[in-house]
Write a protein that binds this ligand. Sequence first.
Ligand code: ADP
Length: 321
Amino acid sequence: MQASGRLHLGNLMGALQNWVKLQDKYDCYYFVADWHALTTGYANPSAIKESTKDLLINFLAAGLDPDKCTIFIQSRVLEHAELHLLLSMITPLSWLERVPTYKEKQQELKDRDLSTYGFLGYPLLQTADIIIYRAKYVPVGVDQIPHLEVTREIARRFNYLYKEVFPEPEALLTEFPRVPGIDGRKMSKSYDNAIYLSESPKEVEQKLRTMMTDPARVKRTDPGEPELSPVFQLHKIFSSKEEQEEVAHGCRTAGIGCIDCKKILIKNVFKVMEPIWAKRNELINNADVLDDIVDKGTGKAKKEAEETMRLVREAMGLYLQ
Ligand code: ADP
């Protein structure tokens, strides 16, 4: 996860909760990609440190267990950079230029100058991040498939040119809910519509209370169409089937008002967030624990990465005899 902002409910429900499940089944490596944040955020690097801390706290608060998985910070395992450099020698420019997100993101972030070498190389750094652990699977959404295809091609090219070192990683595809933000668009830190895990119960309640509903339902007595309301989209993610039916029926018949409907949603969002808030508070007041966990995870990741780099240098003939 990139250190380019605070963690929000979309990241939690769309990615992090799935990571928590996977830690029981696989030997998982989860890290804060702070170098990646520089590819688009190089002009304001001071924000990265704060974001890194927020992500780490939330990883743990959401249930990642350092005894079950490896949690670390990308920039502390320098081998990622070495592999990125070596892979850059064998990667044709056209493979990177044709990745769809390259042009899309440049369009989206027009206010930044992204005609940089680092930004073009983003999928290559991501490749190094993955194959340095000789990973078999990467838990991603469909939007990441083109990136993973580049990763597979580069691993294949390395194996063909030098020696079979890397497995070709496969996507571990899961259906993720697409969490809407308070304005109905996809929840994203870029749209100013997100609910952050670091916000207080009061702030979260306030955001949900003032959230957009079916625009056609002006008066309390007007019937509404739940499918047109982002509040209902959140009910689908956070509320039970019975509650969803209750609010949908109440909305269509004007049996309940939008405030009542939101009260049920607030209760259910709080159910998910309360244990996270409690653990966040524990961790914020206990910085040493956080440091120890990251040190231990980084040490384990580094050992694995060093072993891969020994194989890589050997395969490329980079050791002096
Ligand atoms: P943002 O859109 O806020 O910049 P990122 O692109 O950093 O979020 O996403 C990090 C992870 O969270 C990715 O796995 C992404 O698919 C997931 N994610 C982000 N926003 C949402 C959302 N609204 N609903 C579901 N998953 C999301």
